[in-house]
Design a protein around this ligand. Structure first.
Ligand SMILES: Cc1cc2nc3c(=O)[nH]c(=O)nc-3n(C[C@H](O)[C@H](O)[C@H](O)COP(=O)(O)OP(=O)(O)OC[C@H]3O[C@@H](n4cnc5c(N)ncnc54)[C@H](O)[C@@H]3O)c2cc1C
Length: 462
């Protein structure tokens, strides 16, 4: 296993990173992106075990739904590993099982790649979302044929790929990318049916980063976004050579969607775990600020907090149902239930904004106008800020202001806006979850039950 320092050193692999118009010469030393490096490095230190055969427990593959359930607490401690590596491993194992027996060399290569990630403690980020050009046109009808990543050359020893993958979580922080088609492909679109892994330092790869990490010296007003924000990468593959042993699909359009669907399931499970935690935090903040504002017993405030409690409970129920109803593939991998995962992710994403609205309604305007924590330190104005932000009964101005900053940072500022979009879009937008839920829902069973309950007979055509 690697420790945090070894991880930092491993970033010196020729990777080409840009941030706000400038090339980043040393990622670990960058004032903003370096904090994301710290988060991943802290994760390495957290899990580090010097024994020769030690392996990060978050790269273990669950063999039963009980195993998967037992891993949920590890997801909370993941420090970026959920976005990096775990999802890659689970996506490949799920896709490999769904593709099934094949004469192609792909299953063996996927298995070897998974073993490599586990054995060498590498971080692999997931590159699925293409630039996509005009959303209503398929790849071959785009003005720019590179709007979807494609193979532009095939050689005896590998392929050359061109295109871009957008929004890639922790894109600059990984060692490797798992690249896959973002959607189903049709005959004629063989060049777009490519799945492969690419080391980030490969010639032709560039990552343009964005981050919603706090940009201030005094981070007391940003208790959420001051650390732990991973950043996203706009990853460009400008004629990148991929050797054969890293190719997991090349041209088999009938399997192109399998990777996206497999990843979608694990991405949504991950999103659900984050959502379940965020939901409890929303409940906690709503109750704390209601207490601090002296509104604990007011009926409409209680009702709004009750709504958030129901939301948090339902999101967690969906997560637990998804995991406890896992199905085990013939290869022995426990895979969460599609219907529960997608329906719960849909519900959580659709209602998140309403819960945040409740929190803002309960908290009041100080969420965005409270003085800075630094104002309390000013000898002239600090005591007056304290006096007017305090609400009595031991609730100091400092404490109440800090709560307001926590709410603003989590839900109403740069990171809060980022968080609102991620709840909706991570793992695909609402429509994608609606489609998958419907596809896996037992419609025949529902119709049968409806007929039985209402003592109707199905028409002969049904
Ligand atoms: C913070 C963040 C992190 C992310 N991390 C990753 C990551 O690590 N890896 C990765 O690969 N992706 C990642 N994503 C990307 C995410 O999966 C996409 O944002 C999501 O799938 C939507 O794609 P899009 O952004 O291109 O929006 P669009 O595809 O443009 O979707 C916008 C809207 O248009 C609708 N739409 C689009 N096309 C059609 C059509 N043909 N017909 C009907 N409706 C259509 C959609 O349903 C949606 O309502 C991340 C996104 C965010 C915001």
């Amino acid at each position: 296993m690697l420790d945090g320092e070894q991880y930092r050193k491993s970033l010196d692999d020729g990777r080409v990173i840009y941030f706000e118009g400038a090339r980043v010469p040393d990622l670990a030393e960058h004032p903003l992106l370096g904090r994301a490096v710290d988060t991943v490095a802290d994760g390495y230190d957290h899990w580090y075990d010097p024994r020769e055969d030690a392996r990060n427990p978050l790269t273990n593959v669950s063999a039963s739904s009980a195993d998967l359930q037992a891993m949920l607490p590890l997801f909370d401690e993941a420090d970026g590993l959920l976005n990096l590596t775990y999802q890659t491993i689970m996506c490949l194992l799920t896709a490999s099982s769904r593709i099934g027996d094949s004469d192609a060399p792909y299953p063996a290569r996927m298995a070897a790649y998974v073993r490599d990630l586990q054995a060498n403690d590498l971080r692999s980020a997931l590159c699925i979302t293409d630039a996509k050009g005009n959303r209503s046109l398929p790849p071959l009808r785009q003005e720019d044929p590179d709007a979807y990543l494609r193979v532009v050359d095939r050689r005896p020893d590998g392929v050359v790929i061109r295109g871009a993958k957008l929004h890639i979580t922790a894109g600059a922080l990984a060692h490797d990318f798992l690249v896959m088609p973002t959607k189903a492909m049709k005959p004629g679109e063989e060049d777009y049916a490519i799945c492969c892994s690419v080391p980030i330092g490969s010639p032709g790869v560039s990552v343009v980063c964005r981050t919603s990490a706090a940009r201030v010296e005094d981070t007391r007003d940003f208790p959420v976004s001051r650390d732990g924000v991973l950043s996203e990468g706009f990853v460009i593959f400008d004629d990148v050579f991929v050797p054969n042993d890293r190719i997991f699909l090349d041209g088999e359009v009938e399997h192109a969607a399998v990777f996206a669907h497999s990843l979608g399931l694990w991405e949504r499970l991950k999103a659900l775990t984050f959502m379940a935690d965020d939901a409890d935090v929303l409940v906690g903040l709503a109750q704390l600020i209601a207490d601090a504002n002296g509104l604990t017993r007011v009926p409409h405030i209680r009702e709004k907090i009750n709504d958030i409690i129901i939301y948090a409970t339902l999101v967690r129920s969906g997560l637990l149902a998804a995991v406890s109803s896992s199905k085990v593939t013939p290869e022995g991998v426990a895979v969460p239930d599609e219907c529960f995962t997608n329906a719960a992710k849909f519900y959580g994403a659709e209602n998140y904004a309403v819960m945040v609205r409740h929190l803002h309604d309960i908290a009041g305007g100080s969420v965005v106008t409270a003085p800075s924590m630094a104002d309390f330190d000013n000898a002239e104005i600090g005591p007056l800020v304290e006096k007017y932000m305090a609400t009595g009964s031991g609730v100091t101005g400092r404490y109440r202001t800090a709560l307001m900053h926590a709410i603003r940072d989590l839900t109403a500022d740069t990171y809060g806006g980022h968080n609102a979009v991620i709840q909706l879009q991570a793992g695909g937008g609402l429509h994608a979850q609606r489609l998958v839920t419907r596809k896996h829902y037992d419609m025949a069973g529902a119709k049968r039950r409806a007929l039985e309950r209402t003592r109707l007979e199905a028409p002969a055509s049904a």
